[in-house]
Design a protein. Structure first.
Length: 464
């Protein structure tokens, strides 16, 4: 892991052992954060194929009329490893998360989604043939459809069949370049990289506080929306943090329009603040709120925060002990900082669709927005590790980086070995009656939007 020379848990001794792939991944994560790992039996051994089935993602992968499909890289086991690592850092505190694997399929469970071949279960992403390969395009936002004619350089395109026809005659590389220029989420289906990219980049741009004696309930300001960032906030809340969810009058969290139970799962227990960011007063309130946080979660392109007069590096440098968590599609560095990604197309970019094609012969989207829950869990781990070590970090994760890291972990060395593993894991799991996520339903409702605005601003002495 490339860490810009800083490992936040340097000198920490953490008990994290156990058998199996999840245990191996937990130890890898702790070592990458600088922790001294001592043996302990955290895990019972579970085959990665059974973790994939238990996650519900096997039931979400494959053609609608065909069998559920195995993914022969241990994504679900990695998710279990992340949650076990969080539990190790919690030092005996019960975070109440029974399974990282089950988190991966929880949205589909609440939304009633099903596998749909080369279309994502949610329906917004399609894997389509181009003149020289395959490309995933994710039209997840209503405004994305208005950009399609400019992207394809043709007349108005109103449905997926017309898009598929136009794409089939074009170069995937050129389509990808234009999509990124226009702010569309796209990815070329390619082979996964064998060398694991870093799952997190940590920059020490501020001052650490002494690691011991910090408030066990840090103030987390959650500026994110949809899935990865709110999941991170949910996990930090489970660790004892006080989380304030911030939305604007101009744009509320789009997940409010989805399954209520899923939104409640991610946001129950968070205070809800709503600010008018079109006004000077609202932007001032946001800056004051951020300045009082111990951890800030944001999941936007860096320029979006700068347009509000907020620079992450300056926030961390100004107040000792702050951790700023940045979640992006492809990273904070240019030109990647301007590229959009969502969970499904990020999975294609990481090579998951190519892996599935090589093992099944079918064009498939892997699972449901797989980049989001994997990144959200990793983000919570990185943020909590920074906080325990005294903060002072800009913590940057991307969907592409986290997925690339997980895919490369324990990746077979050849296509033949990958197919052999797929056959073996499919036999272990069994294709009949694949499970759906059993992650517990939310125990409480999320707060109505803006319900706590005045109370939070008054408590923190934030003025117009």
């Amino acid at each position: 892991m490339a860490n810009a020379g800083i490992a936040p848990l340097d000198g920490f001794r953490v008990a994290a052992g156990g058998q199996g792939t999840a245990g191996d991944y937990a130890r890898l994560l702790l070592a990458s954060l600088g922790a001294q790992v001592s043996p302990a039996g955290i895990f019972d051994h579970e085959h990665p194929a059974l973790a994939w089935k238990r996650s519900g993602l096997m039931d979400l992968t494959g053609r609608a009329e065909g069998p559920p499909r195995m993914c022969p890289v241990p994504l679900a086991a990695c998710a279990d490893g992340v949650i076990a690592t969080l539990a190790a850092l919690a030092e005996g505190f019960d975070i109440g998360i029974p399974s990282g694997a089950a988190l991966l399929g929880v949205r589909a469970r609440h939304a009633g989604l099903r596998r749909n071949g080369a279309a994502s279960p949610g329906g917004s992403c399609r894997l389509l043939r181009t003149a020289d390969g395959e490309l995933a395009i994710n039209l997840a936002r209503p405004d994305d459809w208005a950009l399609v004619p400019a992207w394809l350089e043709c007349d108005a395109t109103t449905d997926w069949e017309q898009i598929a026809t136009a794409i089939a005659r074009a170069s995937g590389t050129k389509l990808l370049e234009r999509a990124r220029l226009l702010g569309l989420a796209a990815a070329v289906s390619d082979v996964p990289t064998v060398e694991a990219p870093p799952w997190v980049r940590l920059s020490a741009v501020g001052t650490r506080l002494p690691a011991g004696g910090r408030d066990p309930a840090p103030l987390v300001v959650d500026l994110s929306s949809l899935w990865a960032g709110p999941l991170c906030g949910h996990l930090l809340h489970r660790l004892g943090a006080r989380v304030v969810k911030v939305e604007s009058h101009q744009r509320e969290d789009g997940a409010r329009n989805g399954p209520p139970a899923f939104f409640d799962l991610l946001n129950a227990g968070k205070a809800s603040v709503r600010l008018d960011l079109a006004t000077l007063a609202g932007r001032s309130q946001l800056r004051q709120l951020v300045a009082r946080a111990d951890i800030v979660i944001e999941a936007s392109r860096p320029r979006a925060m700068r347009q509000l007069g907020i620079c992450a590096e300056e926030v961390v440098a100004a107040r000792p002990g702050v951790t700023w968590l940045s979640i992006t599609g492809h990273g904070r560095e240019e030109p990647q900082a301007g590229w959009i990604a969502f969970g499904d197309d990020a999975g294609v970019a990481a090579g998951l669709s190519r892996i599935l094609h090589d093992t099944t012969g079918e064009r498939l989207i892997c699972a449901d927005a797989i980049g989001d829950p994997l990144t959200g869990t990793h983000a919570a781990l990185a943020a909590w590790a920074s906080y325990l070590a005294g903060g002072g970090h800009l913590v940057a994760l991307s969907l592409a980086g986290v997925l690339g890291h997980c895919v490369a972990f324990d990746l077979p060395a050849s296509a033949e070995a990958l197919r052999e593993r797929n056959d073996e894991w499919t036999r272990v799991a069994g294709c009949a009656g694949a499970c759906r996520s059993t992650y517990p339903a939310p125990a409480a409702r999320a707060r109505p939007i803006g319900a706590d605005t005045q109370a939070v601003l008054a408590e923190l002495d934030i003025r117009c």
